[in-house]
Write a protein that binds this ligand. Structure first.
Ligand code: ZN
Length: 218
């Protein structure tokens, strides 16, 4: 397993178009929800544009940079993270793009897999090697304790959660790997909704988690 990337490293990779689609979806949605991330991303874009111009001073590179900056200025519509076309009439007004473009309709109308106090909805992205899900956890409840065989990116879309690494609210992006064994707990006052991407299975580390193995068999 490679080193766990930082949020800045993900932003830089996104700025130069190097992220696979599931990670681009997470980072693009993070940008839509987090003004601080947008500010840092704009700097990385500028740096990437300069590098592109040095390497290949073609009109296409300059035009692409200008278009990206223009999109950054639009609230809730950062740089285009998704290569997949919008296939459905969007009906999830509480969620920003690019995530909204991946949903077939209202969240409540989807076929969620329920596991006690948690539920998940898998988003079928074509990129092999990744699993992309929306995860809901009821207020004050926990997901099974686990660690990770690869990387886990968790973006809070509503509510919040806490684990040993901190407290995460709407727009925050948590990154975990095999060095982290945790049991995220949703905030007590609101159900937590997250977008999660993993590139390898989770590994359960608690007795309750083993009982709920199907929920975390990624
Ligand atoms: Zn985890």
């Amino acid at each position: 397993m490679t080193d766990c990337p930082t949020v800045d490293e993900l932003l830089m990779a996104h700025a130069v178009g190097r992220l696979p689609e599931p990670l681009a979806l997470v980072v693009g949605t993070h940008l839509a929800l987090c003004p601080r991330a947008r500010s840092r991303y704009s700097r990385f874009l500028a740096l990437g544009g300069l590098l592109l111009e040095r390497a290949e001073p073609a009109p296409l590179a300059a035009d692409a940079f200008a278009r990206l900056l223009e999109r950054l200025d639009q609230e809730e519509q950062p740089a285009p993270a998704c290569q997949r076309p919008v296939a459905w009439a969007c009906a999830a007004p509480g969620l920003p793009r690019p995530l909204r473009d991946y949903l077939p309709g209202p969240l409540e109308a989807q076929r969620w897999r329920c596991y006690g106090s948690a539920a998940e909805l898998e988003l079928r992205l074509p990129t092999p090697g990744y699993r992309t899900t929306l995860v809901r956890v009821r207020a004050g409840r926990q997901v099974p304790r686990h660690t990770h065989e690869g990387h886990e990116l968790t973006l809070v879309l509503a509510g919040g959660f806490s684990d040993k690494t901190g407290h995460y609210r709407r727009g925050d992006l948590a990154i975990a790997d095999g060095t982290i064994d945790h049991r995220p707990t949703a905030d007590a006052d609101e159900d937590c909704l997250c977008l999660a991407v993993t590139d390898a299975p989770l590994r359960l580390t608690g007795m309750l988690g083993r009982l709920l193995n199907p929920f975390l068999r990624l």
